[in-house]
Design a protein around this ligand. Structure first.
Ligand code: APR
Ligand code: ZN
Length: 232
């Protein structure tokens, strides 16, 4: 049985990482669609970097929660892949190895001029940071609105969605494409779909099982369901 799990910001909410589309997720009242764009970075790189540094501080203090831990545990017991829209690295910190990052990683930087990519763990030192090779302004190695997703990660994610026997969707609002398409592709390819979210989303309509609750308790139930061979 092939299990594929798509995660979004909601899975890290109980770790104290704010989601994007909730009042409490907003930073200085700015919507992510206005900040996480190439145009915003050109206009005001320092402002964009202040947002990322604020998020990095929160993520550095956060710990993986029960939902991340259960996924790491399930990877040892099932043929399981995690496709995440999150850039926080909490799946890997919980021990997951089969993780596909669709939107990049906040602990990696990239130089738009020379293409250098490098790891930059820890707190932001000076902002905006510069490329150590060519001195240009560096950006977070994440995907912004209007940008293409990493091609291989995207190809693999669509392939996994088509192959899945069970497709679990945890903590995503399902409004950002192309990730939001994956559960529909899985469903159309014959997978059973389980959705974990305290709110209804475009995915809850196609769910075979809709667990209307937070990620930690929802994932406990998913774990139990799969022990008993799936959400019949
Ligand atoms: N457990 C599970 N789900 C939760 C929890 C929780 N504790 N708290 C909130 N949620 C749900 C919300 O109901 C919402 O549906 O998590 C979802 C969070 O939605 P978004 O903030 O839109 O996050 P996400 O879907 O990951 O956003 C997609 O948008 O800004 C971009 O690139 C960014 O990857 C991100 C993408
Ligand atoms: Zn450079």
């Amino acid at each position: 049985m092939k299990l594929v799990v798509l995660t979004g910001a909601g899975i890290s909410e109980e770790s104290g990482v704010p989601v994007f589309r909730g009042k409490e997720g907003l930073w200085e009242g700015v919507r992510p669609e206005e900040l996480a764009t190439p145009a915003a970075f050109l206009r005001d790189p320092e402002k964009v970097w202040r947002w990322y540094c604020w998020r990095r501080e929160i993520i550095a203090r956060a710990r993986p929660n029960r939902a991340h831990e259960l996924l790491a545990k399930m990877e040892k017991e099932h043929d399981l892949w995690v496709i995440t829209q999150n850039v926080d690295g909490l799946h890997q910190r919980a021990g997951s190895r089969r993780v596909i990052e669709l939107h990049g990683n906040i602990w990696r930087l990239r130089c738009p001029s020379c293409g250098k990519v490098w790891e930059d763990p820890g707190a932001c030192r000076s902002i905006p940071p510069r490329c150590p090779r060519c001195g240009s302004l560096a950006r977070p190695d994440v995907v912004w609105f209007g940008e293409a997703l990493p091609a291989e990660a995207l190809r693999r994610s669509f392939e996994l969605a088509r192959q899945a026997d069970v497709f679990v969707v945890v903590g995503t609002s399902g409004v950002v494409q192309p990730a939001a398409d994956l559960p529909f592709i899985a469903k159309n390819s014959g997978a059973r779909v389980i959705v974990v979210n305290p709110r209804r989303t475009p995915h809850s309509r196609i769910a075979d099982v809709f667990l209307e609750e937070k990620a930690s308790t929802g994932m406990e139930k998913v774990y139990e369901l799969l022990q008993n061979k799936g959400p019949a």
